[in-house]
Design a binder for this molecule. Structure first.
Ligand code: ARG
Length: 464
């Protein structure tokens, strides 16, 4: 008959309803590869301090590898009665290897789960880095094709000043570039080994925590092992999943803003882009429709990423030290954030190269001469007019253009000069888009020169 792990002090097992309620293996089986890696390091350490013989360690190691392979092949049977991934694996090992009974020496599921999660998060951060890089490559490649294609830049969703499509795309590259940095710093910060903290107060046995940390790659840049500094904190802290979910939520927010921009640009009203068929869908009723569903889903899924962060924050905020079973609930939102973010990023990397810009529509929108009203104020400044006065004079020209129902650059000379006395003979040249863009040469500006430079820098950054 199967024995509950803690069976010694119990007269019966949990009720069926309790079993179903408390099991976590249906979702924490995701941790299996990391749990096995952690247990192999634990076994090696136990051998090094003489608790396992070399032979026992070998058997445990071989058993764990066997179990790993079965799990990978989908041949492993998970038993919810054994609660979680940790006990399922331990039980399977016990059935094969008698020495398995020694594996849990000086270890609790509390430090075990904390360790597994950190191993998982390191892996997840690496995966996301790859996906973020994919998005960045797509954005930079598309930007390179559209350095000279201009659209209005907006504030308040009102036309502001002209920018190149490339510059707009590279704004998102900046965001996703920061996401990469954030995940990289996160990975470094969490790379500390909790194993050896026990249930909450370490152990009386002479374990070698540095040995385990080294085995598992919890080391600093000099290869020195990093072990958690406080056993109470180590088993109850959830900063790592929280920070991960925050990073994911923020990256999701960037994705969502991108989605929103391109949903707008794809609308008939803007019409700046056509989205690829492969990432749009039709309507079951309206035959003419081509809907931007992929981008809408990205925007919608970004909400889940925010929700997962709030779930974790709410779960942890009132917990007394140390471990409480509530903490088991950290995994569904954590795993969901990882998968959701990765899927959104991978869809976007695929979608971006298929975006077609409708040059006629972009040109029509950007030919509004008022987009260069600010450039005219700059022109007046160059004639020696203080900026506040220049702003006022151009404002008067805008009002005049409205009053006469005439584009600002076609106003009658005499009346224009009266409204803005700083104007010289060449003032209408300001309304050349080419002039306006070519003059924007400073770092971070949308002129073709700095944008080409930024593209070059991105390509170098993404080359490895
Ligand atoms: N499945 C549990 C979790 O993920 C493992 C820890 C159980 N510890 C305990 N004291 N019941 O949190």
């Amino acid at each position: 008959e199967k024995q509950v792990t803690w069976g010694g002090r119990f007269s019966g097992g949990p009720s069926e309803r309790m079993q179903a309620f408390s099991e976590s293996v249906s979702f924490d089986a995701e941790l299996a590869p990391f749990d096995i890696t952690g247990s192999r390091a634990q076994a090696a350490m136990l051998e090094s301090i003489g608790i396992l013989t070399a032979d026992e360690k070998e058997q445990i190691d071989a058993g764990l590898v066997e179990i790993f392979n079965e799990i990978q092949a989908g041949q492993f049977t998970w038993d919810p009665a054994l609660e979680d991934v940790h006990m399922n694996i331990e039980q399977a090992l016990s059935a094969r290897v008698p020495a398995a009974a020694k594996l849990h020496t000086a270890r609790s599921r509390n430090d075990q789960v904390a360790t597994d999660v950190r191993l998982y998060l390191r892996w997840a951060a690496d995966e996301l880095d790859r996906s973020l890089k994919g998005v960045l490559k797509s954005l930079v490649d598309l930007a390179e094709k559209h350095v000279d294609l201009l659209v209005p830049g907006y504030t308040h969703l009102q036309r502001g000043q002209p920018v190149s499509v490339a510059h707009h795309l590279l704004a998102y590259a900046e965001m996703f570039g920061r996401d990469r940095e954030r995940f990289a710093l996160f990975r470094e910060r969490i790379n500390v080994c909790p194993l050896g903290s026990g249930a909450l107060a370490g152990t009386t046995l002479p374990i070698d925590r540095e040995f385990v940390a080294r085995c598992l790659g919890f080391v600093d840049e000099n290869g020195e092992p990093r072990v958690s500094a406080n056993s109470l904190d180590a088993v109850s802290d959830r900063d790592a999943p929280l920070e991960f979910c925050f990073n994911a939520a923020l990256s999701g927010l960037h994705l969502s803003r991108f989605a929103e921009d391109f949903i707008l640009w794809n609308s008939s009203e803007f019409g700046f882009v056509a989205l690829p068929d492969a990432y749009t869908t039709g309507s079951s009723l309206m035959p003419q429709k081509k809907n931007p569903d992929a981008l809408e889903l990205i925007r919608g899924k970004a909400a889940r990423l925010q929700g997962n962060l709030v779930t974790l924050q709410s779960m942890v905020k009132n917990l007394p030290l140390t471990y409480n079973r509530d903490l088991q609930e950290d995994k569904p939102p954590l795993f969901d954030s990882f998968r959701t973010l990765r899927d959104c990023l991978d869809v976007l990397s695929d979608l971006v190269p298929g975006i077609q810009f409708r040059k006629d529509r972009c040109q029509a929108a950007v030919s509004d001469p008022l987009l260069l009203a600010t450039d005219l104020a700059d022109y007046l400044v160059e004639q020696g007019v203080p900026f506040r006065q220049a702003h006022h004079q151009v404002g008067a020209l805008v009002a005049l253009s409205e009053k006469l129902d005439t584009p600002i650059n076609e106003l009658p000379e005499e009346e224009a000069r009266k409204a803005a006395d700083g104007l010289q003979d060449d003032w209408r040249e300001v309304f050349s888009l080419e002039r306006g863009m070519a003059r924007r040469t400073g770092p971070g500006m949308p002129g073709p020169e700095p944008v080409r430079k930024a593209i070059g820098e991105w390509k170098t950054k993404l080359a490895d």
